[in-house]
Design a protein around this ligand. Structure first.
Ligand SMILES: Cc1ncc(COP(=O)(O)O)c(C=O)c1O
Length: 389
């Protein structure tokens, strides 16, 4: 039974069978009426998930592509930008902005903590000449399992004219994010996370202010040019050949999202988060993030003293076919991350925790079998009343 693997990653995430079937549909003409209808359907569905009236552009790319598109279209060489960083993906935005010629100022917070809106307000207050052209934040920092208070951070910007750019690649669709109500200018997302489809699509949502910035922007871009995408979208097309299988899959997954309802999806993700956290705690394990800022998409667990996190991951994979993510950079071998994002239900988490107990026992950690599972079951049971998983 090699094939039955528990893919507990914060992306790529498991793909439902109906979505897998959609991937196998025959190709269609991407300049024809069927594609026009498909593009309109998925764009409307995406807008509901982004909670926006703004245009959403679909690129055939990894999420990083849309991050690069955000920079290439909205930041000109020499512009000063502020990157709020709480982990690997904040660092990535800073690096992309640097490579596109921006003067990057950073506002860093310890990995495992969230960004403090008051600190951002302080930096903004100091910017008396309004030199900062854009502020970059991460919605859900996948590398640490921390979710930022995006609404609070946006409020900290106040009426400063800088664009507010959000990397919501691993959070959108799993946790609250209100593009229009929170006044977010640019929001980036990716297909292989809460959207439950394979990697290969990225989404970029721009506010009217961001479109104006794009029209003024002097950075070079060709493939990533949002104006080209906007013009072609009017005809129901994309500038270059779209990733047709992924777009068919997206149409299917958006139907599932609509049927479950975003609020129910958020509640399910919160419950999965609580199951993992209570389960890990019951096993005596320490969590990287505090409860108040804990991600509903991924949980970072510190490995117990004397056992490398990568050893636990290896045992999980080799003996139990459970795949979890590791720590990155300074957190390498110190944490392992259990993804509970997208097409995941209560019993998947219970299975992963059962495997974790056994893996820990194999690694010589003193564990009473069933303790983590029981704690998670209690959380799940409390949730059954509100719809179950
Ligand atoms: C928060 C965040 N931003 C950006 C990315 C980059 O996405 P991709 O690997 O698809 O380029 C990821 C991927 O894990 C992510 O979690």
């Amino acid at each position: 039974m090699e094939e039955k693997q528990y893919l507990m990653l914060p992306g790529p995430t498991p793909v439902p069978s109906g979505v897998l079937r959609a991937l196998a549909r025959p190709m269609i003409n991407h300049r024809g009426p069927e594609f026009k209808a498909l593009l309109e359907e998925v764009t409307d569905g995406l807008k509901k998930v982004f909670r926006t009236q703004n245009q959403v552009i679909i690129f055939p790319s990894a999420g990083t592509g849309a991050m690069e598109a955000a920079v290439a279209n909205c930041v000109s060489p020499g512009d000063k930008v502020l990157v709020v960083s709480i982990g690997v993906f904040g660092e990535r935005f800073a690096e992309i902005a640097r490579r596109f010629g921006a003067q990057v100022e950073k506002l860093d917070f310890a990995w495992g903590t969230a960004a403090d809106p008051a600190a951002l307000a302080g930096v903004i207050k100091e910017d008396k000449n309004q030199e900062i052209k854009a502020v970059f934040v991460t919605h859900n920092e996948t590398s640490t399992g921390v979710t930022n208070d995006v609404q609070g951070l946006r409020a900290a910007l106040g009426d400063h004219p800088a664009l507010f750019v959000v990397d919501a690649v691993s959070g959108l669709g799993a946790m609250e994010l209100e593009t229009d109500a929170w006044n977010l200018d640019v929001v980036v997302a990716g297909s292989q996370k809460s959207f439950m489809i394979p990697p290969g699509l990225s989404f970029l949502c721009l506010s009217p202010r961001a479109w104006e910035a794009a029209a003024r922007c002097t950075n070079s871009r060709y493939y990533w040019d949002v104006e080209a995408a906007r013009k072609m979208a009017e005809k129901g097309q994309t500038p270059y050949t779209p990733a047709l299988p992924q777009i068919s899959a997206l149409a299917e997954s958006l139907k599932m999202i609509e049927a479950e309802g975003l609020e129910n999806i958020f509640a399910r993700h919160r419950r999965l988060r609580d199951m993992v956290r209570q389960g890990a705690r019951a096993l005596g394990l320490e969590l990287l993030a505090r409860d108040e800022v804990a991600s509903s998409a991924v949980t970072a667990i510190l490995s117990p003293a004397g056992i490398g996190a990568d050893t636990i991951r290896r045992v999980l994979r080799e003996k139990f076919n459970v795949v979890v993510a590791g720590g990155q950079r300074q957190l390498q071998n110190k944490i392992f991350r259990i993804g509970h994002l997208g097409y995941v239900q209560d019993l998947d988490v219970i299975a992963a925790l059962a495997a974790l107990e056994m893996a820990l026992a194999c690694c010589g950690y003193k564990v009473e079998l069933g303790q983590g599972v029981r704690a998670a079951q209690s959380v799940a049971l409390a949730g059954v009343g509100e719809g179950g998983g």
